[in-house]
Design a protein around this ligand. Structure first.
Ligand code: HAM
Length: 417
């Protein structure tokens, strides 16, 4: 037997209604906020993620699905959506449009991580990116969209953690401080962090190794080292959130695992998740478009991990939808009725009635048992007499009541609707 690859999941029919519900909520909340859907390729040129996400991140150093295609190009399955959207923004000259450019996506992502609860190698994200919004209000706009999305789905007890990781100006001075701090523990750091110490000491704060994270606990915090402009930006962002009544906690330990972030960063967490408690992560990335060869353009966005969202929704009893009920089951006896039944379900479906019939050669008794299993609202049994008389008994499966009906799709549809 061939099994699915480690770290992947089949989305089974029993879970499809919840996926659809989440996707519909994403489409609707984005429509209300003026965000437009974009679809980009599953794979991109490897250098996009090396330059965009950053070559000192875990994602790029350890987790990318990278391969050479038959043309000798280095290709990577997207580990996230932001870099692809920034690439598309530049490639499609979106900066020529009135700004901001508000985009959203529902995508699969690929990261070669150690699978565990809430951590997969193929997972799905709903994400938004807002490019070219120069006002401080953009941060509030993006964060409120995330909160509205969760609220629309009825998800409760989420915690919004907020931080600022500064701009290249204040980051430079801060990195020096950080480097000096970590130098004292150099021998204890993991091999990856030893190289990070030179190139990007802030990444050590995000290291998953127990030793490194213990050492990082007492490291200087970026939020205490912001320049005046970044401080003002952060104060304005929190002022908007306060005015909107959105609760948050300032968490100086959030640095995010991707290199493109500047200023505002945030993570939304839930106690319903285990160790992987972050259901949504995002932030500002003012240098990304330029890094990828575009004109300087501000950007901010977030992504929600859909598998983690579903884990929370299941824990909170929010996954009871069943949108696949059958309206009518058409049972048949004999060859003539068999052909008539096939035509009847065909016509009923055209009239938007969910009609089912037997496709396994069952006896009438077994057909009715099957109708019960399908939870069909109505059933009808057709034999030669019913067809000759153009009349049959329609049974309401809930009440058990039966009544005579004319045997046309239009009449049946009228009653069922
Ligand atoms: P991220 O924090 O890497 O950010 O991922 C966002 C969310 O995707 C996480 O909070 C988590 O819910 C989910 N996620 C990440 N990795 C896995 C995994 N291995 N298995 C299951 N779920 C996972 C980004 O991807 C950024 N692009 C977000 C962003 C958009 N920032 C600005 N714009």
């Amino acid at each position: 037997m061939i099994n699915k690859p480690r770290g992947t999941e089949d989305i089974l029919p029993s879970d499809s209604p919840i996926w659809r519900k989440i996707e519909q909520a994403a489409h609707e909340v984005c429509r209300l906020h003026g965000f437009k859907e974009i679809r980009t390729p599953v794979f991109e040129d490897t250098s996009l993620f090396q330059r965009g996400v950053g070559d000192t991140t875990d994602v790029v150093q350890k987790e990318m699905y990278t391969f050479e295609d038959k043309g000798g190009r280095s290709i990577t399955l997207r580990p996230e959506g932001t870099a692809s959207l920034a690439r598309s923004f530049i490639e499609n000259s979106f900066y020529a449009n009135p700004q901001p450019t508000k985009l959203y996506y529902l995508i699969s992502c690929y990261r070669y991580e150690k699978p565990q609860s809430g951590r997969l190698r193929e997972f799905h994200q709903f994400g938004i990116e807002c490019f070219g919004g120069t006002s401080d209000a953009t941060d509030a706009e993006v964060i409120t969209l995330a909160m509205s999305f969760f609220e629309r789905l009825g998800v409760k007890n989420l915690k919004l953690n907020l931080n600022s990781i500064g701009c290249p100006v204040c980051k430079k001075a801060y990195n020096e401080k950080l480097k000096a701090y970590f130098e004292d523990y150099k021998d204890q750091l993991c091999e990856t962090c030893k190289t990070r110490l030179e190139k990007n000491p802030m990444r050590i704060i995000d290291c998953k190794s127990e030793v490194c994270s213990k050492i990082a606990e007492k490291a200087p915090k970026m939020i205490d080292n912001l320049c005046d402009d970044c401080k003002e930006h952060f104060e304005k962002t929190t002022a908007y959130l306060d005015a909107l009544g959105i609760e948050y906690e300032i968490n100086p330990d959030i640095v995010r695992g991707l290199d493109y972030y500047t200023r505002t960063v945030f993570e939304i967490t839930s106690d319903a998740l285990g160790a992987q408690s972050t259901v949504c992560g995002g932030g500002r990335y003012n240098g990304l478009i330029e890094e990828l060869g575009g004109k300087p353009t501000e950007g901010i966005g977030f992504a929600v991990g859909l598998e983690r969202l579903i884990m929370i929704m299941k824990a909170q009893g929010l996954c009871n939808d069943n949108d696949s009920a059958t309206d009518i089951f058409v049972a048949s006896i004999g060859d003539k009725a068999d052909i008539f039944a096939q035509k009847l379900v065909y016509d009923l479906r055209k009239l938007h009635i969910a009609a089912e019939r037997d496709l396994c050669g069952r006896s009438v008794k077994a057909q009715m048992k099957f109708a019960n299993k399908l939870n069909s609202k109505y059933s009808i049994v057709l034999g030669d007499d019913e067809i000759d008389n153009n009349s049959a008994k329609l049974k309401n499966m809930d009440t058990g009541e039966s009544f005579d009906v004319e045997l046309t799709a239009e009449k049946l549809a009228e009653i069922i609707k």
